[in-house]
Design a protein around this ligand. Structure first.
Ligand code: SAM
Length: 296
């Protein structure tokens, strides 16, 4: 039953039976031009995708990610184009899930709201935004005074000493929690009897090792560190412990967990370790080979 599919999930998912999946857990492309697979806009602004001298040296940020000289009309359309991209697959995700089933999406802070709107428009209920608190995060922010120094502008260098251009260190990632509504006329407990989904398992979470970190039981903050074994297979690899937490929260053994953007297969590995069935779809052949090897 468990399988890994090499292909485009927007097409492949159309073959899946309706109401056959118990949980979708996916770390979708964030649309922030992180890697080639993350470019989901038609903007060919070379400044946006180009490199600066700092990027040439950086092993982390290959692309500038922001336009150089202000925001063009094409730059400003990127959030809308992200919404349009999410709208291509959201109705199929809705169709394949069982009524009352959960869908967790890692969607990035900048465009998460567009993903939420696309899923709501496809029929989902947006339940909550969980904060995944990380132990470390790559950060880029430039010292303004350094730029003035390069321009030999001493007056402004002193005036703007201590100021930065950029974001604060991104130590949390949002996990969007959606639910497919259950049938009109049913209560949630009727739905649990019929479809075996709809609640969350507090008992399982109370014994989860991630909890011994000063965070209240079953709060919507999950503190989870990426272990050494959670790195090196994919640039967006997610910790197995975190995926296990979300799977145990919403499913029981034997149920089906789907990840339509599976990367190197962290969701699938976690599902396998918890005796759930898994289905993963990956469009990049190299990652498909990595996940196939990993799941052997
Ligand atoms: C954010 S990464 C997922 C990483 C994953 N969480 C892990 O731990 O490895 C998203 C993945 O989606 C894949 N992808 C992008 N568009 C796709 C599509 N239409 N169908 C299937 N996979 C796709 C990319 O190749 C990339 O590996």
């Amino acid at each position: 039953m468990s399988k890994i599919i090499y292909g485009d999930s927007i097409i492949e998912i159309k073959q899946f039976k309706s109401e056959s999946v118990h949980l979708i857990l996916s770390d979708i492309p964030y649309g922030i031009s992180f890697e080639e697979w993350d470019i989901l806009h038609s903007n060919s602004n070379s400044a946006l995708l180009g490199k600066s001298p700092a990027q040439e040296k950086s092993s982390l940020f290959k692309k500038r990610g922001k336009p150089l000289n202000g925001w063009s009309e094409a730059d400003k359309k990127m959030p809308l184009e992200y919404y349009q991209w999410c709208s291509k697959w959201a109705p199929e995700w809705f169709r394949v899930l069982k009524p009352g089933a959960s869908c967790f999406i890692f969607a990035g802070r900048r465009f998460a709201h567009r993903c939420i709107s696309a899923l709501e428009d496809a029929g989902f209920i947006f339940k909550d935004m969980i904060a995944w608190q990380k132990d470390a995060a790559a950060h880029r922010a430039q010292n303004v005074s350094v730029v003035f120094n390069r321009r030999n502008d001493t007056q402004n260098e002193e005036k703007w000493d201590g100021w930065k251009i950029g974001n604060l260190r991104p130590l949390f990632e949002p996990i969007l929690w959606f639910m497919k509504p259950y049938k009109i006329g049913d209560t949630l407990t009727d739905n649990i009897i019929e479809n075996e989904v709809g609640g969350y398992n507090e008992k399982a979470i109370k014994r989860n090792p991630l909890l011994n970190q000063g965070i209240e039981v079953c709060s919507n903050i999950i503190k989870c560190k990426a272990e050494k074994s959670d790195r090196g297979l994919h640039p967006a690899q997610k910790p197995i412990a975190l995926m296990k937490y979300l799977i145990e929260l919403t499913t029981i053994e034997g149920q089906i967990v789907l990840d339509p953007f599976c990367g190197c297969g962290s969701t699938l590995q976690a599902a396998k370790e918890l005796n759930r069935e898994y289905i993963g779809i990956e469009i990049n052949y190299d990652y498909y080979k990595v996940v196939t090897e990993r799941l052997k």
